[in-house]
Design a protein around this ligand. Structure first.
Ligand code: HGY
Ligand code: MN
Ligand code: MN
Length: 427
């Protein structure tokens, strides 16, 4: 379809549509970088696998003639300098969890490149530059907190502190950046974009269950991550009477059960997860000495999230006494709920409707880089359905028709945002 242009209107992107095969091909090519069985990928942040993914995406940016910059925390930016002014930015991440799917993060980055290539091919020039970002360590699986690259980009953490962050495997973030060659020179914090919009799979079941194609995401729930270290007494599994044990594994298991029961009692959007349990010495016939577990606690309401944190802290104090163990807690991440710019959310919903799609306004259960950019510029997100809500799993899937629908909504959203005057930076 050719762009709908008439003599007294600037050509708009409406009617221009992305190339589904080209987007599909890039998703599959990137998905094949460090593949895991089932169609996913494993590219933990700043590993050799992440470097390989970065190199591929950067080469696509260069092929498109974009200005490619890497900043001091390894964020990569490909900018189409087609017009003067501050860019409209899109993007996401390409680092994955160990069991990453093909679309989490990758889709938002590659759809951004697809939007630019579509406009270039159609001979349409937006009113502002368009930029695609690849943010470092969005997942937070190897280095905590998550969204560390975009957090540093908006000045939410100093570059010095970010570079000194230690991985779960002990590596220092700054050393890993240098090792993989992505310790860039562009400044952190970085320049404030005109607006930011991120396209992402929902990673939850709602859109598919309700038969809705596009999510106009109006915010992100609050996130509280902590590492809890439980120290008891290592002992012989056969000779130590039960009443004499100081067993960290039992305490860890009790915390898992408590979190499940707390979430059930609170209901609503409350979610609690123990995703990582490490026992030492981790042997069949030894009562452990130490258990280390991670707690991931989230809610869309800050007061409820604070209440959940208080309940957990009280439980830890109580069980430490009961079981004669010591418990230390280390905060890994804490982000309050974020509300996206209503005008940008409205734009997404309007454009999706113009494209003939059903739309649902909804918060995001997952954290995203957009929640950091929302601190400095008008930001929002576009969701497409995840099959059965599965994500952080190689079985993650979104139908091509939905991937294409989301990318076309991104295209028109970026085009329109480029036309708009800058609004005040969010308070
Ligand atoms: O944990 C999250 O919500 C995101 O995937 N980093
Ligand atoms: Mn993601
Ligand atoms: Mn993720």
């Amino acid at each position: 379809m050719s762009p709908q242009v008439n003599e007294n209107m600037r050509p708009t992107a409406r009617g221009v549509r992305i190339d589904p095969a080209r987007l599909r091909a890039r998703l599959d090519d990137l998905g094949e970088v460090s593949p895991i069985p089932g169609g996913g990928s494993c590219r933990l942040a700043l590993t050799d696998e992440d470097r390989a993914g970065r190199d591929v995406v950067r080469s696509w940016m260069v092929d498109l003639g974009l200005r490619v910059q890497v900043d001091a925390i390894g964020n990569i930016f490909g900018t189409w300098e087609c017009a003067p002014g501050t860019p409209v930015m899109t993007g996401s991440h390409i680092d994955t969890v160990r069991t990453g799917g093909r679309y989490d993060g990758n889709y938002g980055v590659l759809a951004g490149l697809e939007v630019i290539e579509t406009l270039m091919t159609a001979g349409l020039t937006p009113s502002r530059p368009l930029s695609v970002a690849v943010f470092t360590n969005e997942e937070g699986a190897r280095f905590q907190p998550d969204m560390l690259g975009s957090l540093a980009y908006v000045g939410g953490v100093s570059i010095e502190a970010a570079l000194d962050t230690l991985a779960i495997d002990g590596a220092r973030l700054g050393d890993e950046l240098s090792r993989i060659g992505y310790n860039g020179s562009a400044p952190v914090p970085g320049p404030v974009p005109h607006a930011f919009i991120e396209l992402h799979i929902e990673q939850g079941p709602l859109l598919e269950a309700e038969g809705v194609t596009i999510g106009a995401v109006d915010g992100v729930q609050g996130i509280s991550w902590q590492e809890v270290t439980i120290t008891g007494q290592s002992n012989h599994a056969g000779t130590t009477p039960m009443h004499l044990r100081r067993d960290p594994a039992f305490v860890a298991g009790s915390i898992v059960v408590f979190l499940r029961e707390l979430a059930a009692e609170m209901g609503g959007n409350q979610v609690c997860t123990v995703g990582k349990i490490d026992l030492s010495p981790n042997l069949v016939n030894v009562v452990p000495a130490v258990a280390k577990i991670t707690l991931d606690v989230r809610n869309t309401d800050e007061e409820l999230l604070l209440g959940a944190e208080r309940r957990i802290s009280e439980f830890l104090d109580d069980i430490a006494l009961r079981e004669a163990v010591t418990i230390q807690s280390r905060r890994l991440a804490r982000f309050e709920p974020v509300v996206f710019d209503p005008e940008v959310v409205d734009l997404v919903a309007t454009i999706a409707g113009d494209h003939g799609h059903s739309v649902k306004r909804m918060p995001s259960g997952a954290g995203h880089d957009a929640q950091m950019l929302a601190r400095v510029c008008p930001s929002a997100m576009i969701f497409v359905p995840s099959h059965l809500g599965i994500s952080h799993n190689a079985a993650e899937h979104t139908d091509d028709v939905d991937l294409v629908a989301g990318a076309n909504v991104l295209l028109d959203s970026m085009w329109e945002l480029a036309q708009r005057e800058p609004s005040g930076v969010r308070p």
